[in-house]
Design a protein around this ligand. Structure first.
Ligand SMILES: *Cc1c(COP(=O)(O)O)cnc(C)c1O
Length: 365
């Protein structure tokens, strides 16, 4: 069975480097935060070309902390794309603010800037754009609207480490960038992890206090804080994997282009990648008729696929109280009811990619 993502191949290839890094961290007993977590923060900020980064315990916390740093809370609204992983909206909800969902475009499957302005009210404080599937959203258009209305722009970069928009790496475009290092993301920890990055030092200083129980000095709590530090072992592991990120992304791009050149089935629709962006093909998403049937068809042929995401945020039961209805975000709904995710990971071979292409081309719906 070809897996949708096979992390074991990465571990096998770099086993000794990973184990050495973990051993060093254990020898120093730098387990919660500490020198390896701090070292990764500096390396990650350097890699992205941003002023500072603050490692946290997962991407959901990164989004939550970004909202807190911007002073967002009860009575506020934040624009969020309907087509994203639900955690983009959780960070807003945790603060007491309300996510306001906006549809995606029919071709890039990213937030549609032309639909944002009608959703802005006097309570709107920020727009969270998501670089979904590793494809940068239309940042310039979103930023223009944000500036016109005095709103913050937060980037959800959980699926897009190393992706770039007009030559600038994502995370450094808006006010704050949020990363997830969940296993299977294109930069991942051996457990949970995340990072908040910014060119504004003040925001990162705030994250450092919030994530550390509200302390700058131990046992002196300035604000109500959280336990959201990055584990030392995760920092140590990611200092290894960060060295391979560009190489991994280049291979993902190669495989993405191979899929795009090879898939010719007229029943299958692919994502459009605007030419001013460098996507990193975190997820290779396609639209197919009857996706559940497609998954079974692929599985029967020895290929594991899955779906991102079968229910758009605005129609999730958890947000039923917000009162959205089917038809409110038609492009996101169309995508949700037709999406399927093909295998994609850097260690996948050309032969495996071609086998998937052949199967996709023979799918009859
Ligand atoms: C994975 C993901 C998150 C959440 O990150 P966790 O580390 O799983 O908490 C948020 N947003 C998007 C777009 C994601 O893909």
């Amino acid at each position: 069975m070809l897996k949708r993502v096979d992390l074991k191949r990465d571990f096998d290839r770099h086993r000794q480097e990973y184990l050495d890094a973990i051993t060093k961290c254990c020898e120093d007993t730098a387990f919660s935060g500490g020198k390896y977590a701090d070292q990764f923060d500096r390396e990650f900020a350097d890699y992205l070309g941003v002023r500072a980064a603050s490692g946290v315990n997962n991407g959901t916390s990164a989004l939550h902390l970004a909202m807190l740093c911007l002073g967002i809370g009860a009575g506020d609204e934040v624009i969020v794309p309907a087509n994203t992983y639900i955690a983009t909206a959780w960070g807003v909800t945790y603060t007491g603010a309300v996510p306001v969902f906006v549809d995606c475009t029919a071709d890039t499957w990213e937030i549609d800037p032309s639909l944002i302005e009608v959703k802005i009210t006097p309570r709107t404080k920020a727009i969270i754009g998501v670089h979904l599937y590793g494809q940068p959203f239309d940042f310039a258009a979103v930023k223009k609207i944000a500036d016109r209305h005095g709103l913050y722009v937060v980037e959800d970069c959980a699926q897009a480490a190393g992706a770039a928009y007009e030559g600038v790496k994502v995370g450094g475009l808006g006010d704050i960038g949020c990363y997830s290092f969940y296993p299977g993301k294109n930069l991942y920890a051996f457990g949970e992890g995340g990072s908040v990055v910014s060119n504004t030092q003040e925001y990162i200083d705030k994250v450092n206090v919030y994530k550390n129980q509200g302390c700058r000095v131990r046992y002196y709590h300035e604000v109500v804080g959280y336990n959201m530090r990055l584990e030392g072992i995760q920092g140590a592991v990611m200092s290894v994997s960060l060295q391979y990120l560009d190489q991994w992304n280049e291979r993902r791009i190669e495989l993405g282009h191979r899929y795009e050149a090879g898939i010719t089935n007229p029943l299958v629709t692919l994502q459009r990648h605007p030419s001013n962006t460098k996507p990193v093909y975190h997820l290779f998403e396609v639209q197919v008729p009857e996706p559940e049937k497609f998954l079974q068809y692929m599985k029967d042929a020895g290929v594991e696929c899955n779906r991102h995401y079968p229910v758009p945020c605005h129609l999730q039961k958890a947000y039923a109280d917000l009162g959205y209805r089917a038809g409110d975000c038609p492009n996101a709904e169309q995508l949700a009811s037709h999406c399927a995710t093909l295998p994609m990971f850097p260690e996948m071979t050309d032969e495996e990619c071609d086998m998937v292409i052949d199967l996709v081309n023979r799918y009859k719906g």
